[in-house]
Design a protein around this ligand. Structure first.
Ligand code: DPP
Ligand code: ZN
Length: 864
């Protein structure tokens, strides 16, 4: 397969500024008529080359006359033409029913649905399938009226009618120019939840949420979230919605979380449907975040879009940043920030350390779907956040304002965005721009000295960059480092003329040193407040010093982070010690958390976060080479000790709150979080009547958070009880696939020796199907990503199992296969034996006949 390069970008040879589409929806033979108004772009005599895949071409007409002068390949249609402006009519047939890739137009669970980002429109009709071709769209949909009463597309409904043969038609018109990746069509029978939103300028917007029949009761939270997002974007960014109607459709078969098609968002039902019985607090949170994310795209993505796909972070990094700010405002900012950082440390650092490392604006791509990554999205958001920090909120908003003023209605680049920020703030961002072109996780080495006689404290920051897989040469970046200094009474020092306790260093040289005068004793630095940059920090803290930062830092994030480092250090240092040394070291570490667990001042949410061990994935990323078994073992050892040492505290935290009728409301969310954490620790500590607590909570729970809290805890303890509760859960939720996904996932990450047999049985479960991405992610994905012992079993069976599955999935849904292969290509840090076993399986997959571009790209990069 061909490699596309960012540097090869050229303007399109032709432009299309209006499209008339007509769909006659028939299961295996849907007729698509696409009439485009085409103009030659510039003076040249090149042919028109359209993209298209899996389309059965019926006819090509130019200005009303059937054309003969064209050539077809598997992926293109070339038309020789010398006219500069013409109407191109292409009629063709596609097969939605057999389209299991869930890209283009597909028919699943009785509904037609499209997904065109990134390059799915070419599976619908021959077209210039690239984001810098912007057109207005008129769309007519014809389908059977009984089975498909709702026929939806972008923009406003302009006309409709009935046909004699039981069919009906509806016509839509979208006045905003858009690239074809924002096109959408949905046809089906749904329940409809309706509402309104009045914008700041007084316009009334109709809000329509379409859900599967019978699911109306689960739609309200999504709709409420939408209204909050609309309001927030007005107050925070001054951005108002532009069409008169905003539609959201929830479907069960969807590759991604959701899609921001203009005026017609299509959502994975996982990110829409919620009620207390079926959705956890986390689900409620995620729904609000994803609804907001897609809504925010209306400006950052749709009104201003990407010139080419290498610029994906232009819309995604910025929109993730916006949704994170929104979520912080809607709930607990600190918990929210901690979650963002966990994603970076667990998954983005892993990507950067792997053969798939790439800058937030990649330079080379084989399959674009492989670049919807944590790097482009989440590191992209961190880069935007650094701009926000460096320019201040006011400066950042001025930049955004200029960005829209300059580029509304256009397809632009990341550079254009930074230029707007630069011009609005009169600040040189040329070195900052390197964040867009440089991959890898920078390391900040911090050293300090104190001179008791002169009372001078010096602290030096050095940026280090290691070569990544695809990029050897690195340059210095601009790295904002927020920090403060603590004295031994845990008070923050004043760091400026005023009573400023936090400084932001803009580290842009290899090393920079700061001096502080009249410092009475050697301070402890509290570093990287709020995770002010996506970097690793290296300072030779003692455990005692970390304990002090955890208790005394003025920054809540730094407090949490210090606690995580305390735990991490303890875990990493256990292996190879004598039992006595281990016990002592564990006891010393845990003792430092006593003031936290007993504190009445610290918020429950933060307390729960501090008392949660770093995940295996986070710990894994802290090391250059990992002894998987030892790391897993050490983490469990500390987990258990933490459970036992604080057993009485866990019990009192568990019993501290009366259960109230469920509401998704912050105080309740925090309480449930703490209680369910305590329940885990109680189970692990084998608290005498824990079975009773578990059973009681399971039977009395009026909400999914508490039910799952029990299962998550029981999974850590006695397997019999876990099995019994899981069985009861399955019986209760048998008919509800979204809920069963939680059950599949719990099975998949259970630590048991017969895990593969268990998963094989579950693959035969009547609700499991390889065709549904949510099911596959829940069962197979969870196993790969989170079942450390099973996946990394030294006998290689875990890897082989996954490879066998991916070979099958390659034929059904390459995009999902390429997601799930991620842990298998991240073999760089594990021991040689496992490396070889993993590579062997990668080679096996690589040898598959009909290997997709998606898997090919990842495998070919990751094999040595
Ligand atoms: N553009 C979608 C999103 O991230 C995913 N394709 O919102
Ligand atoms: Zn997005």
């Amino acid at each position: 397969p061909a490699v596309k390069k960012r540097a090869d970008y050229r303007q399109p040879d032709f432009l299309i500024d209006h499209v008339d589409l007509e769909f006659t929806l028939i299961e295996t033979t849907t007729k698509v008529i696409c009439i485009s108004k085409v103009t030659r772009n510039g003076s040249h005599n090149k042919p028109l080359i359209l993209d298209g895949e899996g389309i059965q071409l019926s006819s090509v007409c130019i200005n009303g006359t059937e054309a003969a002068d064209y050539q077809q390949t598997d992926t293109s249609l070339t038309i020789d033409i010398d006219t500069d402006t013409f109407e191109l009519r292409i009629e063709s047939i596609i097969n939605p029913k057999d389209n299991s890739s869930l890209e283009g137009l597909y028919l699943q669970a009785g509904a037609y649905c499209t997904q065109c980002e990134a390059e799915g429109f070419r599976k619908i009709t021959y077209f210039l399938d690239r984001p810098d071709v912007l057109a207005t769209y008129d769309v007519k949909i014809i389908a059977d009226k009984v089975n498909f009463p709702f026929l939806l597309s972008n923009g406003n409904k302009v006309d409709s009618g009935d046909l004699s043969d039981g069919k009906h038609w509806i016509k839509w018109s979208d006045p905003f120019k858009k690239p074809c990746y924002l096109f959408a069509l949905v046809a089906g029978d749904f329940d409809l939840l309706e509402d309104k939103f009045v914008t700041q300028s007084g316009r009334t917007i109709a809000l329509e949420l379409f859900v599967d029949k019978g699911m109306l009761g689960r739609g309200q939270h999504a709709l409420d979230s939408l209204k909050k997002a609309m309001k927030w974007d007005e107050t925070e960014f001054g951005l108002e919605y532009d069409l008169d109607i905003y539609m959201i459709v929830a479907v069960d078969f969807f590759n991604m979380g959701a899609m921001e098609n203009k005026g017609l968002n299509v959502f994975n039902s996982k990110f829409v449907l919620a009620d207390a019985q079926t959705a956890t607090d986390e689900d409620y949170f995620n729904i609000e975040a994803v609804i907001a994310h897609e809504y925010f795209h209306n400006w950052t993505g749709n009104r201003v879009t990407c010139r080419d796909w290498f610029q994906l972070s232009l819309k995604e990094g910025l929109t993730v940043f916006r949704d994170q700010q929104f979520s912080a405002d809607m709930s607990s900012p600190i918990v929210n920030r901690i979650q963002n950082v966990k994603v970076i440390r667990e998954r983005q650092f892993a990507e950067d350390a792997s053969a798939m490392s790439h800058p937030i604006r990649p330079d080379e791509v084989i399959e674009m779907n492989n670049f919807y990554t944590v790097t482009v999205y989440d590191k992209g958001s961190e880069v935007i956040r650094m701009l926000f920090t460096l320019l201040s909120k006011t400066g950042f908003l001025a930049g955004i304002k200029l960005y829209f003023k300059r580029f509304d209605g256009q397809a632009v680049t990341c550079d254009d965005f930074v230029q707007a920020m630069e011009d609005a703030n009169d600040k040189d961002l040329s070195q900052f721009r390197r964040w867009y072109s440089q991959s890898g996780t920078p390391q900040i080495v911090v050293t300090d000295t104190y001179d008791a006689i002169s009372k001078i404290y010096r602290i030096a920051f050095e940026q280090k960059h290691i070569a990544t897989f695809e990029q050897k040469e690195k340059q210095n970046l601009v790295i904002p480092i927020q920090f403060s200094l603590l004295n031994d009474k845990l008070e923050s020092l004043n760091l400026g003329d005023t009573d400023q306790q936090q400084l932001t260093l803009e580290l842009n040289e290899t090393q920079q040193c700061l001096e502080f005068y009249n410092v009475e004793s050697k301070p402890i630095p509290s570093l990287l407040h709020g995770f002010s940059a996506p970097v690793k920090v290296d300072y030779p803290y003692t455990q005692q010093q970390l304990g002090n930062v955890m208790l005394g830092s003025p920054d809540e994030f730094a407090r949490w982070d210090a606690g995580q480092q305390l735990f991490s250090n303890c875990i990493h240092n256990l292996a190879g010690k004598t039992e006595l040394q281990q016990t002592t070291s564990i006891a010393e570490t845990i003792a430092m958390f006593e003031p936290i667990i007993e504190s009445k001042d610290i918020s429950l949410a933060l307390k729960a976060e501090i008392l949660t061990l770093p995940s295996f994935e986070t710990l894994f990323q802290q090391l250059d080479t990992v002894n998987i078994d030892a790391l897993n073992q050490s983490r469990k050892q500390l987990f258990k000790a933490l459970a036992q040492t604080f057993q009485a505290n866990w019990l009192s935290h568990y019993s501290a709150f009366e259960k109230q009728p469920y509401a998704y409301q912050s105080q309740q969310v925090e309480q449930r979080k703490m209680q369910n954490l305590a329940l885990k620790y109680l189970t692990l500590s084998a608290q005498p009547d824990v079975e009773q607590l578990l059973t009681q909570q399971f039977n009395n729970a009026d909400n999914m958070t508490d039910s799952l809290g029990v299962l998550g805890a029981a999974q850590l303890g006695d397997l019999d009880l876990f099995e019994r509760l899981m069985l009861a859960f399955e019986q209760k939720w048998h008919a509800d696939p979204l809920v069963l996904d939680k059950w599949f996932a719990l099975h998949a990450n259970t630590d048991r020796s017969d895990i593969l047999a268990r998963i094989s049985i579950l693959m035969g479960h009547s609700r499991f199907t390889i065709n549904n991405p949510n099911r596959v992610r829940a069962l197979i994905g969870t196993f790969c990503f989170f079942n450390v012992a099973g996946f990394h079993n030294i006998d290689g069976t875990g890897y082989k199992f996954v490879a066998d599955y991916l070979i099958k999935l390659n034929e059904v849904n390459p995009q999902i296969a390429a997601r799930i292969i991620t842990p298998l290509i991240q073999w760089q840090k594990v021991d040689k034996t496992r490396q070889q076993l993993m590579q062997l399986q990668l080679m096996r997959i690589g040898d598959t006949k009909g290997l997709s571009k998606d898997l090919f790209e990842k495998i070919s990069k990751s094999l040595p």
